[in-house]
Design a protein around this ligand. Structure first.
Ligand code: FAD
Length: 458
C-alpha cells in the first residue's frame, strides 16, 4: 500500500491509522500469540462503525487481506496479516448497563474484564470467558464457554442484538427481529459475516460467587476426573467450573515445594445462595487431599481475572481441541498420562462442561452446532521461549491424537488453530450448508476470510 493510500485512509477515518515506520507500528501489528509475526500495511484503530465501513470498502476496492481484531486472542492470530489491513476495535470499549432491563450494550473491542466490572456494579453478569483480557467479540461470535454456561447458556445464547458492518460497508442491526439469518449465523459462526461494532447481551443477577481453584497432585488425576465426570452431570446449574492440568504457579495458596510441579486443577464457581457454597464445593475438597486451595466468596470478576497474570500477551501458542461425548475411564487414562506432563507454566488443559442450559438450546437454533456433547476439552499450549516451540507443539499434538478415539470429529472453533481449517465442516455439521448460504448472501467474495473460514455457497 502506498504512502498516498495510507494518507487517504487517514483522511477518511476518525481513528488512528498506524503504518510501517510509525512509532507504535511494532505494538500495533502484534496479537496475543507471540508466535505470529506479521506485517500489515496498516492497522486502523476504529472509533465506530463509520471507520470500520471505510476500511472494509478500501480493503474490498484494493483487494487487500482484511483482519478484524477484537481482543486479539485467537490462537491462529487472525487479528493481523501480511500486507493487508487490520480493523482494530480496541477503542470501542464502552459498556452501557441497563439494570432494570438487565441488559448491557458493549463496544466490539471490549474485553471481558471491562465488561464484567461494568455489569458487576449493577449486580449482574452474563456468560463470558475465564480470562479478563479475552475479547467479548471473538469469544461470543464463536460461541462462548465460561463459568455461567451451565446456568445461562453460552455467551452467544445471551446475545440479543448486534450492530454489524457488512462486506459492502453497510451498517445493519441483527436480532431476532432484524436480519434473522445473519443473527443466527453470528451466534457461533465466528467472524465470517461482518464486523460487529456493538453487542447487546442479556444479563442475570450474579455478583459474588463462592468458589476458586483447588490443586491436586497430578498422579491422583484419575480419581479427580472420575469424580468430576459424575458430579458435573448432576450438579445444580448454579454450579459452574472445570477440571484440568497445569504446572503449579508460584502463588501463596500453594506450598513452595509444589511450585512448578505438575498438578491436576479444579476451578469451582457457585452462583447460588452464598450459604450453600461451602457444601457445593466440599466434594471437590474431599475427593483427593488437595495440595492447596483458594476457595471462598469473591466477586465474579475476581474469579474471571484470577489467572490473568499467568497469561500475559506475547506468549507462544499452539492449541488443539475436539468435543467429547462422555468421559470414559480410557479417556481419563489419556488425560492422566499427558496431563501429568504439561510442559510449561502457562499451558492449560481444561475440560469444560457442555450441559445444563447449553443443551436446552437446539443444535440448529444457532450456528453453534454441538449442544449434545458433554465436554469441550482444550489443550491450550502456551509458553515463553520460541526455542521450545517444537517440543511444546509435539506434546499438544500427541495429547490431541491420543484423545481422538474418545472425541467427536468437530471442535469448538474458538479453541482451534491455523492447521484446523480442514475441520470446518465437522465443526458445524448440520448447520454447515445454511452457514454457507448466509455467507454467500452477506459476504459473497469472502472478504472476511481470516477466521475459521466458511466459504460462500450459494
Ligand atoms: P480476536 O483474535 O480479536 O478475534 C478472533 C476471531 O473473531 C477472528 O477471526 C476475528 O476476525 C473475529 N472477530 C474479532 N472481533 C470481531 C468483531 N468485532 N466482529 C467480527 N469478527 C470479529 N474461549 C471461551 O469460549 N471461553 C474461555 O474461557 C476462553 N478463554 C481463553 C483464554 C485465553 C488466554 C485465550 C487466548 C483464549 C480463550 N478463549 C476462550 C478462546 C477465545 O474465545 C478465542 O480466542 C476468541 O477468538 C477470542 O476473541 P478475541 O476477540 O479476543 O480474538
Amino acid at each position: 500500500m502506498s504512502t498516498t493510500a495510507v494518507d487517504t485512509l487517514r483522511s477518511q477515518v476518525s481513528g488512528t491509522v498506524v503504518a510501517p515506520g510509525d512509532a507504535d507500528y511494532e505494538a500495533a501489528r502484534k496479537v496475543y500469540n507471540g508466535m505470529i509475526d506479521k506485517r500489515p500495511a496498516a492497522v486502523v484503530r476504529c472509533n465506530g462503525s463509520a471507520d470500520v465501513a471505510a476500511v472494509v470498502r478500501l480493503a474490498r476496492a484494493e483487494g487487500l487481506d482484511l483482519s478484524v481484531r477484537g481482543g486479539g486472542h485467537s490462537a491462529p492470530g487472525f487479528g493481523t496479516n501480511d500486507g493487508g489491513l487490520v480493523i482494530d476495535l480496541s477503542p470501542l470499549q464502552d459498556v452501557v448497563v441497563s439494570p432494570d432491563a438487565q441488559t448491557a450494550i458493549a463496544g466490539g473491542g471490549c474485553t471481558w474484564s471491562t465488561f464484567n466490572d461494568a455489569t458487576y456494579a449493577a449486580g449482574l453478569a452474563t456468560t463470558g470467558g475465564i480470562i479478563g483480557s479475552t475479547g467479548i467479540a471473538g469469544l461470543t461470535l464463536g460461541g462462548g464457554i465460561g463459568y455461567l454456561a451451565r446456568q445461562y447458556g453460552l455467551s452467544c445464547d445471551n446475545l440479543l442484538r448486534a450492530e454489524v458492518v457488512t462486506a459492502d460497508g453497510e451498517v445493519l442491526t441483527a436480532s431476532e427481529r432484524d436480519h434473522r439469518d445473519l443473527f443466527w449465523a453470528l451466534r457461533g459462526g465466528g467472524g465470517n459475516f461482518g464486523v460487529v461494532t456493538q453487542f447487546e447481551y442479556q444479563l442475570h443477577p450474579v455478583a459474588d460467587i463462592y468458589g476458586g481453584p483447588i490443586a491436586y497432585p497430578a498422579d491422583r488425576a484419575d480419581d479427580v476426573l472420575r469424580f468430576y465426570r459424575d458430579y458435573i452431570a448432576e450438579a445444580p446449574e448454579s454450579f459452574g467450573g472445570f477440571v484440568g492440568f497445569h504446572l503449579a504457579p508460584p502463588l501463596p495458596f500453594l506450598p513452595d515445594e509444589w511450585h512448578f510441579k505438575n498438578i491436576c486443577l479444579g476451578v469451582t464457581c457457585w452462583t447460588g445462595p452464598m450459604d450453600q457454597g461451602e457444601k457445593m464445593v466440599q466434594p471437590f475438597l474431599d475427593v483427593v487431599e488437595p495440595v492447596g486451595s483458594m476457595v471462598g466468596p469473591m466477586p465474579y470478576p475476581a474469579l474471571n481475572t484470577a489467572f490473568d497474570p499467568l497469561l500475559p500477551a506475547g506468549l507462544q501458542g499452539y492449541w488443539k481441541a475436539s468435543f467429547a461425548r462422555g468421559l470414559s475411564d480410557d479417556a481419563i487414562a489419556v488425560h492422566a498420562d499427558y496431563g501429568a506432563r504439561v510442559p510449561s507454566i502457562q499451558t492449560a488443559v481444561h475440560l469444560y462442561p457442555i450441559n445444563g442450559a447449553v443443551q436446552r438450546v437446539a443444535d440448529d437454533a444457532t450456528a453453534f452446532a454441538y449442544r449434545d456433547v458433554d465436554f469441550a476439552p482444550v489443550i491450550a499450549g502456551m509458553w515463553d521461549n520460541p526455542a521450545d516451540n517444537d517440543a511444546n507443539i509435539e506434546w499438544v499434538r500427541g495429547y490431541y491424537d491420543a484423545l481422538r478415539p474418545y472425541s467427536v470429529d468437530g471442535g469448538y472453533i474458538n479453541f482451534m488453530d491455523s492447521d484446523d481449517q480442514s475441520r470446518i465442516k465437522a465443526n458445524y455439521r448440520g448447520n454447515f450448508d445454511r452457514l454457507g448460504a448466509i455467507k454467500a448472501e452477506y459476504d459473497p467474495t469472502n472478504l472476511f476470510h481470516l477466521n475459521q473460514n466458511i466459504q460462500p455457497r450459494p
